[in-house]
Design a protein around this ligand. Structure first.
Ligand code: NAD
Ligand code: MG
Length: 395
């Protein structure tokens, strides 16, 4: 029996994870659910999954939750220190890291430092803390498994040896010449370029293939998501920039590929349903059933591939440039983008202003290296202020 904590339980990945657990309840149990403010959804999840602990980051939400579930035998907690002790508890085997954005970094790192099995959906944690995160995985003996569908696909196409040295593997020594990171191109792949300035949040979050939370959906429309994934892939697979190539594949059937030096290309395919990579990480190295429809090749019919158009997707180019510049630049781009996406969703700025905010913030990338989590958090905070100032000027 694996005892799990779900960080970001009320979100899209959290809900899918709980669905997979419910279908495999002989092997997995829910120790704790963690969310930010959504009390209604948390009440529903508590009634259904009966965790030992329900943690709301927002203190007033925790108070409200405690009143609503007083009839259940569930401890309700709040506070940053309580969250760290929750994920580090000896009663926990596995932590699903599915908080959205930079807010996920510290609880995810706490799980790593407690040597847990960490299922990583929160890509922003790696984008910000890259080297420190990977070093902590090795130092504290944590098991890291990638949930992001592309990284999960790449992981599945690696040798066992490379899988077991995630973050430190030697791609060339494994005979790998390239990682082919696929992306659908999102809802605006073929839209008139001139129409992009006027797209609405509702249009931007309507992804053609995947059902996801609002922030990652906007990131998919700008392809910043692929940029963050490019950085995520660099850290997870110890890859150089030259070892990763972004490939547009609008059908989202191939979830990424690995090209070997002998000409072989291995790929992982499936319906676009996050329950597949979630189940893979939960059960690795075995397999469980997550309730996903088998892929029907006759329905799929055709698979197509294109080179990314950086004029259409300047956020992708920007993230790749930040990746080349280093961890200071990726931390800045990540923070700027979170502020820009929130402002776009709130109707404060236009879709094409997102890249302007991100570009503007690259001006404050420091020359000195980030040596600690405190440095990273300070730069994240500074960038948010800088981005907000710029947004006030342009909106
Ligand atoms: P979502 O918006 O649906 O859910 C976000 C969750 O994070 C919610 O439970 C929310 O309560 C919690 N949260 C938000 N702010 C918080 C804070 N300050 N402190 C604690 N909890 C907070 O997001 P999602 O689509 O499920 O994505 C979650 C993460 O997984 C993101 O990092 C995303 O990039 C990654 N991811 C998602 C998908 C997907 O299909 N949805 C795929 C790959 C990777
Ligand atoms: Mg992905």
């Amino acid at each position: 029996m694996q005892s799990m904590v779900i960080l970001g339980a009320t979100g899209s990945i959290g809900t899918s994870t709980l669905n997979v657990i419910a279908q495999n309840s002989a092997q997995y149990s829910v120790y704790a659910l963690v969310a930010n403010t959504n009390v209604d959804k948390m009440v529903e999840l508590c009634e259904l999954h009966r965790p030992k602990v329900a943690h709301m980051v927002h203190a007033p939400a925790a108070l409200a939750l405690a009143q609503r579930i007083a009839h259940l035998d569930i401890e309700v907690t709040s506070g940053a220190d309580e969250l760290v002790s929750l994920v580090s508890s000896s009663q926990v085997d596995t932590v699903m890291a599915a908080i959205v954005g930079a807010a996920g970094m510290q609880p995810t790192l706490a799980a790593v430092k407690a040597g847990k099995r960490v299922l990583l959906a929160n890509k922003e944690a790696l984008v910000m803390s890259g080297r420190l995160f990977i070093d902590a995985v090795a130092e504290y003996g944590a098991t890291l498994l990638p949930v992001d569908s592309e990284h999960n696909a790449i992981f599945q196409c690696l040798s066992i040896e490379a899988q077991q040295t995630l973050g430190k593997c030697d791609l060339a020594a494994s005979g790998i010449s390239k990682i082919l990171l696929t992306g659908s191109g999102g809802p605006f792949l073929t839209a008139e370029l001139s129409s992009l300035a006027n797209v609405t949040p509702a249009q931007a979050i309507k992804h053609p293939n995947w059902s996801m939370g609002p922030k990652i959906s906007v990131d998919s429309a700008t392809m910043m998501n692929k940029g963050l994934e490019y950085i995520e892939a660099r850290w997870l697979f110890n890859a150089t920039d030259a070892q990763i190539q972004v490939v547009i594949h609008p059908q989202s059937v191939i979830h990424s590929m690995v090209q070997y030096c002998d000409g072989s290309v291995l790929a992982q395919l499936g319906n676009p349903d996050m329950r597949t990579p979630i189940a893979h990480c939960m059960a690795y190295p075995t397999r469980i059933r997550p309730g996903v429809e088998p892929l029907d090749f006759f329905k799929v019919g055709q698979l197509s591939f294109f080179e990314p158009d950086f004029q259409r997707f300047p956020c992708l180019a920007l993230a790749m440039e930040a990746s080349r510049r280093g961890q200071e630049a990726t931390t800045v781009v990540n923070a700027a983008n979170e502020i820009a996406v929130a402002a776009f969703l709130a109707g404060q700025i236009g879709f094409t202003d997102i890249v302007r905010v991100n570009e503007h913030c690259l001006n404050i990338v420091p020359q000195s290296p980030l040596d600690s989590i405190a440095d990273i958090l300070a730069l994240d905070e500074q960038t948010r202020c800088y981005a907000n100032e710029f947004i006030t000027q342009v909106s």
